[in-house]
Design a protein around this ligand. Sequence first.
Ligand code: RP5
Length: 156
Amino acid sequence: MAKQSSAPLVGVIMGSASDMPVMEACTAQLEEFGVPYELVIASAHRNPAKVHEWASTAADRGVRVIIAAAGKAAHLGGVVAAYTPLPIIGVPIKTSDLGGMDSLLSMVQMPSGVPVACVAINGAKNAAIYATQILGAGDPSFRATVQDFKTAMAQD
Ligand code: RP5
């Protein structure tokens, strides 16, 4: 288990409180890994000023990776990416109208120059694992956490 620190290393943002049931798989995995995170609900469309403020100050707060979850015309990851040099992992949320294909395409089809990595529709757990892997690239304790996780998975 990685060493706990009080300062958040992962920033989790989602477009609506309605995304939280899906995103609980993300926060649960971060907690299991001992990764400190902060969580904010802010929509790129409904709360653009809040998204701007949160994203543009994230790196200075010590955040190293951002996970952005949204559904429908899911611009949140791209908007956050516009305001920070930190890597962004998008989680496209499943929707009732188009099954999440709307969210997926909105996130994954970022134009050249503004990358947003994108997990599967409702891939909240994978977003947490990937964020920890990114942390692990520069922190041996998080690298060991992911290695232990993979070792345990191989024994199932
Ligand atoms: C997006 O619109 C949110 O990320 C959510 O997935 C979707 C629906 O939001 P609500 O109408 O449930 O607030 O902004």
